[in-house]
Ligand binder design. Structure first.
Ligand code: BTN
Length: 334
């Protein structure tokens, strides 16, 4: 959005902090003419902001719309993640946009968001239902670690997202290994990490995070397996504020992971795993395995206690709990 964008963000912030502010004062504080102030006000109104104007008192901000537009989100960013911030009303997949930016040299912390994705992608080649009202974003990371170390990154990100939701909304999501986020036994979010690396060096990782935030109904194929934060919390959630919280928690946890690996997060991850101690079926590399989910090790592998004794350590796969609940029915967005 360039300098117009930053003036607009500062204008929103100024109006948020105060009641009425005169056009003259806004112009002075932002270092722009009154005509330019008016242009920004008009553009913001077009984007959905309720800005009231009184000839004698100036401008006042009404309710801020639940959009992910830069002037709405940027005031909620407290760290470096989220800058640069790329916004799309509609795009095929934010992961694809983030990969393009990565290839053209965008820095770590770049975030791409979309109100809606037309080709949202999930793990294991599935599609990801991405209507308006969700939080669909991709974060560009450039970890300076050997490629093999990145296998715990999706797990780290999922604990960070869960912690962010806990702190911000007081909900208690669970995790389904490796990185499905569950509420009430149904899937509320997922993470798709895509890496570009050579044998020794990681070029970049695109971490695509999808959360069903204010979605109130799902298509028939997801009706019994998906849920949203709004359904679970009983109220509308500010996606902009939530994005700010999530990026702050992710940034802090990611920096620690870069220094210390997954070990400091291992206990927090396992505590939130909703299927440990249960009989599960795991589909991994075309093989169907059954056993007891005994834990997740410090390298992020699922420990499966198999019939006849012995533990298998699985690096990837799809877990299904052998019970008649929603998770057992499968939880992906297909
Ligand atoms: C999963 O299968 O659980 C992972 C879902 C990841 C969805 C997110 S939404 C933002 C980003 N863009 C995509 O196309 N996918 C990820």
């Amino acid at each position: 959005m360039g300098s117009a964008g930053s003036a607009r963000e500062r204008l929103v912030q100024l109006l948020k902090d105060r009641g009425f502010v005169s056009g003259t004062e806004i112009g002075l504080r932002l270092g722009i003419s009154r005509g330019a102030v008016w242009k920004h006000v008009r553009a913001l109104r077009e984007e959905g902001f309720a800005i009231f104007g009184s000839p004698r008192r100036g401008y006042r901000l009404g309710d801020v719309p639940d959009t992910l537009l830069p002037p709405v989100v940027l005031p909620f960013l407290t760290g470096g993640f989220g800058r640069p911030y790329r916004y799309h009303p509609v795009t095929s997949s934010t992961n694809d946009r983030a990969k393009e930016l990565a290839q053209s040299g965008a820095p770590e912390g770049t975030v791409v968001v979309a109100e809606q994705q037309t080709g949202g992608r999930g793990r294991r080649g599935r599609s990801w239902h991405s209507p308006p009202g969700g939080l669909w974003f991709s974060l560009l990371l450039r970890p300076d670690v050997p490629p093999a170390e990145t296998q715990t990154l999706p797990l780290l990100l999922s604990v960070a997202v869960v912690r962010g939701i806990e702190e911000h909304l007081g909900l208690q999501p669970g995790l389904k290994w490796p990185n499905d986020i569950l509420l009430g036994g149904r899937k509320v979010g997922g993470i798709l990490t895509e890496m570009s690396a050579e044998t020794e060096q990681v070029h970049h990782v695109v971490a695509g995070i999808g959360l069903n935030v204010n979605i109130t109904s799902f298509p028939p194929e997801l009706e019994t397996t998906a849920t949203s934060l709004r359904i679970q919390s009983g109220g509308e959630v500010s996606r902009a504020r939530l994005l700010g919280v999530l990026l702050a928690v992710i940034e802090e946890d990611y920096r620690r992971w870069c220094r210390a690996g997954f070990a400091p997060f291992h206990a927090a991850y396992q505590e939130r795993c909703s299927f440990l101690g249960k009989e599960v079926v795991v589909v991994a590399a075309g093989e169907v395995l059954t056993g007891l989910a005994a834990g997740v090790d410090a390298a992020g592998r699922l420990l499966l206690s198999v019939p006849g004794g012995g533990i298998k350590r699985l690096s990837g796969g799809e877990v299904t709990v052998r019970e008649g609940d929603a998770v057992a029915a499968g939880s992906g967005h297909r």
